[in-house]
Ligand binder design. Sequence first.
Ligand code: ARG
Length: 601
Amino acid sequence: MTLLQQIRAVWDPFLDDEMVRMIRPSSDPKYGDYQANFAMSMAKQLGKAPRDLASELVIKVPTGPELMFEKLEVAGGGFINMTLSASFLQSALRAMSADAQLGISPPEKPLTVVIDYSGPNVAKPLHVGHLRSTIIGEALSRIYRFLGHTVIGDNHLGDWGTQFGILLYGYKHFLDAEAYQADPVRELARLYVHVRSLFVKKDEDSEDDGPVADPVAEACRFETAKLHEGDPENRALWQQFMPHCLKEIHDIYERLDVHFDTEHGESYYQPQLASVVEDMLAKGIAKESQGAVVIPNAKGVIPQSDEERKTEEPPALVRKRDGAFTYTTTDLATIRYRADNYQPDRLLYVVDFRQELHFRTLFAQAARWGYGHIDMRHLKFGSVLGKDGKPISTRKGGGFELGDLLDEAVRMGASKYAQTRKERLERGEDVPEMSPEQQRDIAEVVGVGAVKYADLSSNRESNYVFDFDKMLATEGNTSTYMQYAYVRCRGIFRKGGIDADALRASQPTMIIGTAAEKALALQLLRFGDALQAAASGAVPHLISAYLWDLAKSYSTFFVNCPVLKAETEELRDSRLILCDLTARVIQKSLHLLGIRTVEMM
Ligand code: ARG
């Protein structure tokens, strides 16, 4: 059980669930460690004065220096302020320190969760727009897994779409054979950009040219259609392109430390699509309409007004008049495949907010098709903005390629690191010697970590501004700050010549005597609650917010509580355990966000 769950369990016999959930960490230590105002809302129902009711409740829960609560106080108009006892905190810290899982116990009912993330269209290099799905999805998969759930991370690659028509057309008309020989990925990317520039309509998302003639776009669509129909030449070319496209993408995943359990792209489901449509027709969920196959909405109607279109689930096309299947058909096949193969409790899609309507519709259709028992959620996210406030990915010229962006982050990480080293030396700090290779590795860890942390510390649904200087700052809530905090905690052990593993194994008695020690202890013990909150809302930024609070508590502790020079050996060991736990929690939290740490900087 997490700390908050333990506290709530003590009150559980006297209150209903809703009341129990009102227990929260106090905003200020002067109101105790935890606080609740349930007496106020209960009092109304019972026709009593809230303060009287609070006083009646308080005597039901025993208190004392050896129990969980040292004291319970009634305050204000019926608040109950709860103060945890030092002995409770001490034994909870000892248990946490001895546990490789840092006090996270397996869930009562482990869930099977499929997470659909990254899913880029592979015919062109990854750009900034792919960053969020990839790293948010990776963080969620690590978080759920650490909490004890079964996770299947699936990369639903866009490897069958209209982009391949563009490559096929480009290859057939504009190939520079020598360039292709030398660097196929670059040449394919060049062909893509070149062919796109010949389109009349330049909008990336638009698939049809409406009343405007767009001959190149038309020719590209023709190539896609031939690929889908099984044209041998186009199939062979597709087979030839795929490894190159994937190599480029996999190199970036490697660099981002992103790993999938399966990678079934859209092409994988192609042989299953006809049977999806037939099954839906047979069950009366889909209907023929003017030669096409359509799933009407739940009410069986096609919305007429804009208002209706906004609120009603729209009908969806699953087979076009020309026989082609759609994005929706593929997603329905994917749901059936996942349901059959993994028996998931939950299906999470980490996809751009612009696909909200697609998923809302998809989930409603899947429920009618018999998959309503699976909890399906679209975890949408906001855009990455440039300093001018406009989304980077929609820039003219295609926006940043992700590989270039990471190179730039690492270059800046290296210069930031060199500068910080110099400043630390000037301040007379003890800065370790580093070989050029070690410095390069640190630059990679710092640069890539900065990009990921900036993203994951922003609320998932909000936009955020991409700003290298801000994300690489050594002060404030950044990965660089956290990486240094980690290194500083570890440095104490090096400086004192202390083996952290041995100290931990000796299970020293914990001493929580000062306010700074208590604040740090509480913050450490809240690790499990932070993870639970991040997992239940699928919002990794709560882990970053938690880390920031932890780092602040640690720095107050560090200023006020001598560690290696503590008055007694017992006190020194107890404080060393606090340092060790802080380091472990920072490292684990960063790891859950997909961010690496180094032992020395
Ligand atoms: N390839 C799609 C795109 O780039 C995203 C795929 C999301 N996953 C899914 N199952 N639809 O827009």
